[in-house]
Design a protein around this ligand. Structure first.
Ligand code: ZN
Length: 148
């Protein structure tokens, strides 16, 4: 189990050092900014939403390794998905990081690496910041959101 945990940590560190989809999306039609004052994580999510489908998604900003890796892996997992599918993934992910139920790890795929976050309640907001911000972007809200 400790080996598995290390492996998970590697994935998170790797994503935080080399985040995927880390750029401003020029043709974004939705955008939201999220801030987690507890840790200082601060991200902007750019979204190209075509009808109900996430055509493209990217992010920029700064934060701790967990928040950055979460944003990076989130962009990978929601690209090409419908709003409803994104909601479902976030629901599972939220259950996983808060330790409610098992969060259906198989369905989460790579996102299951965040299971360890449930042992550190203060980190839950780091792991979910990008997702809350994505939701705000999907809802078309332009204002800043905060986890507080
Ligand atoms: Zn953080």
């Amino acid at each position: 189990m400790s080996d598995l945990r290390e492996l998970y940590q590697d994935v998170i560190l790797e994503h935080s050092k080399a985040p995927r989809n880390y750029r401003e999306l020029q043709n974004a039609n939705h955008k939201a900014e999220g801030f987690n004052p507890l840790c200082g994580d601060h991200f902007t999510i750019y979204l190209d939403l075509e009808g109900d489908k996430v055509q493209d998604v990217s992010f920029q900003g700064s934060g701790c390794a967990i928040s950055k890796a979460s944003a990076s892996m989130m962009t990978q997992s929601v690209k090409g998905k419908s709003k409803e599918e994104v909601e479902r993934i976030f629901e599972r992910f939220h259950k996983l990081v808060t330790g409610e139920g098992n969060g259906d790890r198989e369905a989460l795929g790579k996102l299951a690496v965040f299971a360890g976050v449930s042992e550190f309640p203060v980190r839950v907001k780091c792991a979910t910041l990008a997702w809350h911000t994505l939701q705000a972007a999907l809802d078309g809200k332009q204002e800043k959101i905060t986890t507080e």
